[in-house]
Design a binder for this molecule. Structure first.
Ligand code: AP5
Length: 223
């Protein structure tokens, strides 16, 4: 499906609960349009793996299914945003304070947002998706044992690297991540609706159908 998408429409915020498909759809758009996926979760996990000061500070919050403090996240994101005109923010902002900081940074850079896409899905589906998710820790590419299996179990189709299960996908941590989402991140739906930027996407559909809806939403905004 080809939809004309203007570059301004490719400065996107992806919102939605854990497992809604933000990372999956971001990777598909990156493959099609060459926009940059900026995933706060992936950046944080790389820092944890490398043992940086940022990673040491973030780890306990991530392991507990809580949010890393806003000041840490905003400082981490500032250099990322200036590096290119088209980007998909996957997992940022996650609080109203982060959204306000993002607005201020993008105003300074004269890079207005094209849209905020909210991926909706039911709690039972989210739990099933996270329980079956396998991730390439080097690239952040994700698979699912049932819904999007790799050609060879445990091996990334793209670079042949090993796939792992994320420690925060354990059932008790997922429950906490969902509660954190409800308390801290859900208010961003109204935040972006009030600014006329919100598009809601039914994340319960198969992956290709979700992509088709995303492209339609972006095409509508670019028109
Ligand atoms: P992060 O890594 O951002 O996790 P998340 O938001 O909880 O999102 P997920 O990556 O779990 O889900 P997703 O929506 O990307 O789903 P995916 O596409 O993989 O954050 C981790 C932690 O870092 C946070 O808990 C927090 O501690 C910290 N953090 C990050 N950002 C922060 C911030 N801004 N502020 C403070 N702290 C922050 O899909 C899931 C699975 O389902 C996959 O297996 C996939 O193959 C499958 N799937 C996807 N779509 C479909 C579909 N349509 N049908 C069937 N299966 C599907």
């Amino acid at each position: 499906m080809t939809v004309p998408v203007a570059w301004h429409a490719m400065r996107l915020v992806f919102l939605g609960p854990p497992g809604a498909g933000k990372g999956t759809q971001a990777q598909i758009l990156v493959g099609r349009f060459g926009a940059r996926q900026i995933s706060t979760g992936d950046i944080l996990r790389r820092n944890v793996a490398d043992g940086t000061e940022l990673g040491k500070r973030a780890k306990a919050f991530m392991d507990a299914g809580a949010l890393v403090p806003d000041d840490v996240i905003v400082a981490m994101m500032e250099p990322e945003l200036g590096a290119g005109a088209a980007f998909i923010l996957d997992g940022f902002p996650r609080t109203v304070a982060q959204a306000e900081a993002l607005d201020a940074m993008l105003t300074r850079l004269a890079l207005p947002l094209g849209a905020a896409l909210q991926f909706d899905a039911d709690r039972e589906v989210l739990i099933e998706r996270l329980a079956g998710r396998w991730t390439n820790p080097r690239t952040g590419r994700t698979y699912h044992t049932l819904f999007n299996p790799p050609r060879v179990a445990g091996i990334d189709d793209e670079d042949g690297g090993p796939l792992v299960q994320r420690p925060d996908d354990a059932r008790d941590v997922v429950a906490q991540r969902l509660a954190t989402y409800d308390a801290k991140t859900k208010p961003l739906i109204d935040y972006y609706a009030r600014r006329g930027l919100l598009q809601r996407i039914d994340g319960l559909q198969p992956i290709e159908a979700v992509t088709a809806d995303v492209l339609r939403a972006l095409g509508d905004r670019a028109a």
